[in-house]
Design a protein around this ligand. Structure first.
Ligand code: B12
Ligand code: SF4
Length: 482
C-alpha cells in the first residue's frame, strides 16, 4: 500500500481526473487524500498540511493555466519536505518536454493516468525502482529523464466511477451544489486546429481506440448513485461532444427518461444533429446544450479553425433546438490570427442570427503544440511568444478593442440593438481593471444550469478570490517578441 496526496487549486476546478484516479487507486488498496491551495493563507501553511498528511508522494493534476500556481508549490514540497512529486493532466500530455524543466517534478504522466499511477504506487509500496513504467516519464538520479512510451488505452467500463467523496467530504458547499458533472466518454474524432484533441489522436495512434464510451448501464448507475447521495438539480455532461454516437445517445435517452427524473445539459457538435435526436433528448429531460461557434465568420471556421461547419448548419440546428424548447449557449473566441475588428463584429452579428440563450466570449489562447499555432507561426501571424502560447499578430491594430470583448461581449451578444455601436463600444478605452466585468457572463449560467440565485451568491462569495484572480490576468502568459 502507498499513500498519495493530491494538491489542487480550488473547488471550482473540481477535477474528474483526480476523482477517477482516486477511486481506481483506492479499489486497489492504496490511500488517497486531497488538499486545495485556496484553503491556505500561505505556502508555509500548505507545507504544514502536506507534512501532516505524511504521504509517500504528492500529485498535481495540471491544466496549462495552473502551471504558474503549482510550480512554486512543487519546488517547496521537494526542497523543504523532500517528498516525491508526480504531475499529470492535460498540460503534461501536451507539453511533456517543457514539464521536464520544472524543478521538483520527479514523474510526469504523459497520457491517461489510471494504469501508470497504479503501477507507480505499487512500486512505491514495494520499494521497487520506477524508471520504466509505460506512460510515465521518470527523472533519474543524475537529472536525466527516462521517457517511457505511452501504455495502451483501456475500455472505460473497467474503471470504478469517480470518487466524489474525495472533494465532497471536506467541501459541503460543493457537495450541495445543484449541478453535478459527469463524463461518459474520452477522446474526440474532430480536428479543430485550436484544440488539443487532434494531438492526442496522434500521440495514441497505435495504442488502441481513443474515442471510447462507457456503457449506458454504467453511466446510469453512476448518475443514480450520485444523485441519491448528493442534492442535484441538474446533471451536466462535460464530454467534449455528447452527441457523437447517435445510437448510444438514443439508448441513453430512453434509459435516462425512465430512471432519472432530472433536467440535464451537455456539449454538442451541431453538424451531427437531426430532429429525431433532438426530440429524444427533449423527451429525456434535456434542458440545454452548449456548442462551439468559435467564429461567426464561416470562412474563418473553414480555414483558420479547421471546423468545417457551414453557417446554414448552425442556423438549422438552432432552429430545431428552439422548436423543441431546448436552451442553447454558444462559445465564441476573439483575436484569432488574421481576424480584424470587422470579423469580430460579424461574429457577434451571426451569433445574434442564431438566437442563443446565452454566449460565452473569450480571447483565443493559442497553445503551443496545436495545429493553429503551427499554421500561424508558418504564416507569420504570431507577434509574440510566451512560455505556453503564441499571441496572434494584430493585423489591423484592433486587438485592444477585441480584448474589450471580455467586458463588453456580454452586452453586445445580449442586446442586438447595440451591434451598430459595436465598434465605438469596443474601441472605448476601458481600463483592464474592469475586466472583472466578464463575470456578468456567469449570470447566464443561473438559468441554463437551473441554479437558485441564493446558492449562486453563496458559491460566488466563498470563491470570490478565485474568480477574481482568474479574470484579473493572474494566469496569463508573459510574452516576448520573437
Ligand atoms: C471539464 C473540463 C473543465 C472543467 C473542470 C476542470 C478539471 N479540473 O477537471 C472547468 C470548467 C473548470 C475547466 C476549465 C478550464 N479548462 Co478545461 N476541460 C475540461 C474537459 C472538457 C474535461 C476534463 C475531464 O474531466 N476529463 C476527464 C478526466 C478523466 O481526464 P483528465 O482530467 O485528462 O485526467 C486524466 C489524465 O489527464 C491523467 N491525469 C490527470 N491528472 C493527473 C494527475 C496525476 C498525478 C496523474 C499521474 C495523472 C493525471 O489521468 C486522468 C485519468 O486518465 C477537458 C477536455 C477533455 N476532454 O479532457 C478540458 C480541458 C482540460 N480544459 C482546457 C482548458 C484550456 C481550460 C481552461 C483554460 C479554459 C478557459 N479558457 O478558461 C479552463 C482553466 C481553468 C483554470 N483556472 O485553470 C484544456 C486544457 C489544455 C491544457 N493545455 O491544459 C482541455 C484539455 C480542453 C482542450 N481540448 O483544449 N475545464
Ligand atoms: S470538437 Fe471540441 S473537443 Fe473535438 S476537436 Fe473540436 S474543439 Fe476539440
Amino acid at each position: 500500500m502507498a499513500h498519495i496526496l493530491f494538491v489542487s487549486d480550488n473547488m471550482l476546478n473540481e477535477g474528474l481526473g483526480i476523482m477517477s484516479l482516486s477511486s481506481y487507486l483506492k479499489s486497489k488498496g492504496h490511500r488517497v487524500d486531497l488538499i486545495l491551495l485556496s484553503e491556505f493563507s500561505d505556502i508555509d501553511a500548505v507545507l504544514s498540511s502536506v507534512r501532516a498528511h505524511a504521504p509517500d508522494i504528492v500529485g498535481f493534476s495540471v491544466m496549462t493555466p495552473q502551471v504558474n500556481l503549482f510550480r512554486p508549490v512543487t519546488r517547496a514540497v521537494k526542497e523543504r519536505l523532500g517528498l516525491r512529486v508526480v504531475w499529470g493532466g492535460a498540460h503534461c500530455m501536451f507539453m511533456s518536454e517543457q514539464t521536464t524543466g520544472y524543478p521538483g517534478v520527479d514523474f510526469i504522466c504523459t497520457g491517461e493516468g489510471e494504469e501508470a499511477l497504479l503501477e507507480l504506487m505499487n512500486r512505491i509500496g514495494n520499494g521497487a525502482p520506477a524508471e520504466d513504467i509505460p506512460g510515465l516519464w521518470a527523472r533519474r538520479s543524475d537529472g536525466s529523464w527516462s521517457k517511457n512510451p505511452l501504455g495502451m488505452l483501456e475500455p472505460l467500463d473497467q474503471y470504478p466511477p469517480p470518487d466524489r467523496e474525495l472533494y465532497y467530504q471536506n467541501h459541503p458547499l460543493l457537495a450541495g451544489f445543484g449541478v453535478k458533472r459527469f463524463m461518459t466518454q474520452r477522446g474526440c474524432p474532430y480536428k479543430c486546429s485550436y484544440c488539443y484533441e487532434p494531438a492526442l489522436a496522434d500521440m495514441y495512434a497505435d495504442k488502441g481506440k481513443l474515442v471510447r464510451r462507457r456503457s449506458v448501464d454504467n453511466v446510469i448507475a453512476e448518475i443514480k448513485d450520485v444523485t441519491s447521495r448528493y442534492p442535484t438539480r441538474q446533471v451536466h455532461f462535460s464530454d467534449d461532444t455528447f452527441n457523437l454516437n447517435k445510437k448510444w445517445v438514443l439508448e441513453f435517452c430512453d434509459r435516462y427518461r425512465r430512471d432519472i427524473h432530472l433536467p440535464w445539459s451537455c456539449n454538442i457538435s451541431v453538424q451531427i444533429v437531426d430532429e429525431n435526436l433532438i426530440a429524444s433528448m427533449k423527451a429525456a429531460g434535456c434542458r440545454g446544450v452548449v456548442y462551439g461557434l468559435e467564429s461567426g465568420v464561416e470562412e474563418t471556421r473553414m480555414t483558420t479553425l479547421n471546423k468545417p461547419i457551414p453557417d446554414k448548419t448552425y442556423v438549422e440546428t438552432s432552429r430545431l433546438l428552439r422548436k423543441y424548447g431546448i436552451l442553447y449557449m454558444t462559445n465564441i473566441m476573439f483575436a484569432l490570427p488574421n481576424e480584424t475588428l470587422d470579423h469580430a463584429v460579424r461574429s457577434i452579428t451571426f451569433n445574434h442570427e442564431i438566437r442563443p440563450y446565452g454566449t460565452k466570449t473569450c480571447v483565443l489562447k493559442m497553445y503551443k503544440g496545436t495545429k493553429l499555432a503551427e499554421q500561424a507561426q508558418a504564416a507569420g501571424l504570431c507577434e509574440a511568444e510566451g512560455e505556453f502560447t503564441f499571441k496572434s499578430r494584430d493585423i489591423d491594430g484592433s486587438h485592444p478593442q477585441q480584448e474589450n470583448i471580455l467586458w463588453a461581449g456580454y452586452l453586445l451578444v445580449k442586446i442586438p440593438g447595440l451591434i451598430r455601436f459595436a465598434k465605438p463600444i469596443l474601441g472605448s478605452r476601458i481600463s483592464r481593471r474592469f475586466r472583472f466585468l466578464i463575470l456578468v457572463q456567469h449570470w447566464q449560467d443561473l438559468g441554463f444550469f437551473n441554479i437558485p440565485l441564493r446558492q449562486a451568491l453563496v458559491f460566488f462569495w466563498k470563491s470570490r478570490k478565485v474568480f477574481l484572480s482568474g479574470v484579473a490576468g493572474a494566469q496569463e502568459d508573459t510574452y516576448k517578441a520573437p
